[in-house]
Design a binder for this molecule. Structure first.
Ligand SMILES: Nc1nc2c(ncn2[C@@H]2O[C@H](COP(=O)(O)OP(=O)(O)O)[C@@H](O)[C@H]2O)c(=O)[nH]1
Ligand SMILES: [Mg+2]
Length: 394
């Protein structure tokens, strides 16, 4: 073995005299130093993979082999806003598509502090211990504004992240809601291709995130708290109508009796609501993410039953078809929207039209006709030729 190491940025065909060769350190295995032939060589291999520029086939093969590092890199590619990454990512997704669709996709929502992350950690750990592969994703639209995210979860899911069968990925940050949706959905597909049996998607209960996540999962769980009289009042009926189950968390210690009461209250309300899924009755349950009480009961008795039944009666495959189609439509809308509003001729023409409309010189309908005419005549073709791209790509 050569005792020097050639950095990747050194010229391919340099002579051995290249000035930047680096000598390996002292051989380990003594004085408490790690042995370079053991774990260290693994780390070295990992470092090489990390640096190496991967081809589309490298990504595809790595993901299909369940290589977590390559999966991570593929997700980074999907999340990237660089056009060149976007293109490679699309080729990877296209090739992996036949291997997707086999997971149980579960969305978990609820107000901050409801215990979603703790619940996911408890459930995920149990599923891993039972031999399943579990991926945890997060969708946090606030991260598109603040660039912060519920990333804190990653460090908090300590037990779960120690499991070999677990993969945890925080919410992509930055960009539009449309961009976030695409990135999250494609990340989910990558995880499926990598063989994760269950994909748990946590989302913060704000804004449009619930509908976004509802539109990418099979089963949607709403985590709520006790003493939620106010919350019940304030909670949008809409969110409850998205849920396939509601679980009152923190049903432990002194809080347990209250949790039972709250559960009954939710049951009462659910009675009047339209269930989220055909042939499925949405019920309320209690659990403690802390002690683990009720968690596997909810999984085995509710989620698994839902999947079994839904796969048998076709509800799940129908839901997935509709989800993919409406995703396509919403991307088309977004693309057209961007093509229009970002096209130079519209940017130039718009203020004049606005003025005329506001001053009552031009009717709204006529204004739209004029704008579209202008757009089709000039920017539409130019825009497509110049590839004004949608999806947050810069
Ligand atoms: N007593 C009790 N506390 C819990 C339980 N689940 C979560 N918590 C606590 O509630 C707080 C918020 O939990 P977290 O999982 O971060 O909530 P999230 O914002 O919905 O993800 C944390 O301090 C948790 O320790 C539970 O089942 N019982
Ligand atoms: Mg959380």
């Amino acid at each position: 073995m050569s005792d020097t190491y050639k950095p990747e940025w050194a010229p391919e065909k340099d002579s051995d005299k290249f000035a930047s060769r680096v000598m390996f350190g002292v051989k380990g295995g003594h004085d408490g130093m790690p042995d370079s032939s053991g774990e260290n060589s693994q780390t070295k291999r990992a470092a090489v993979i990390k640096r190496k520029r991967l081809t589309v086939d490298d990504y595809v093969e790595g993901v299909l082999n369940g290589d977590r590092m390559i999966l991570s890199r593929a997700i980074t590619l999907v999340e990237s806003n660089a056009p060149v990454h976007f293109e490679v990512a699309q080729q990877v997704i296209q090739k992996l598509l036949p291997y997707t669709g086999k997971s149980t996709r579960v969305g978990i929502t609820g107000v901050p502090g409801a215990g979603k992350s703790t619940f996911i950690e408890a459930l995920g750990t149990k599923l891993c211990e039972a031999g399943q592969k579990v991926a945890v994703l997060a969708v946090d639209p606030s991260s598109t504004v603040t660039k912060g995210s519920i990333l804190g979860d990653k460090t908090r899911m300590e037990n779960l992240s120690r499991q070999d069968n677990a993969f945890i990925r925080p919410s992509p940050s930055g960009g539009t809601l449309g961009g976030l949706t695409r990135k999250s959905r494609e990340t989910l597909l990558l995880c499926e291709a990598a063989g994760y049996d269950t994909i748990l998607v946590e989302t913060v209960g704000v804004g449009q995130s619930e509908t976004t996540v509802r539109s990418m999962v099979d089963f949607f769980l709403l985590v709520v708290l006790t003493g939620a009289g106010d919350e019940l009042q304030g909670m949008k009926k809409g969110v409850m109508e998205l849920a396939d189950a509601i679980v009152v968390n923190k049903a432990d210690g002194d809080n347990r009796p209250k949790a039972m009461v709250t559960r009954a209250e939710y049951e009462r309300i659910l009675h009047f609501l339209r269930p989220a899924t055909e042939n499925w009755k949405t019920n309320a349950y209690t659990c403690s993410a802390y002690t683990g009480d009720g968690i596997m009961e909810l999984w085995d008795g509710v989620v698994s039953k839902f999947m079994e039944q839904g796969l048998e009666n076709g509800v799940i495959s129908e839901r997935r078809k509709q989800q993919t189609l409406s995703w396509v439509y919403s991307m088309v809308e977004e693309h057209l929207h961007n093509l229009f509003y970002r096209s130079p001729s519209i940017i130039e023409y718009m203020p004049r039209v606005e003025d005329e409309v506001v001053e009552g010189k031009l009717s709204a309908t006529r204004a739209v006709q004029e704008l579209i005419k202008k757009f089709s005549a000039t920017s539409l073709k130019a825009g497509i030729d110049n590839d004004i791209t949608p999806f947050d790509i810069k």
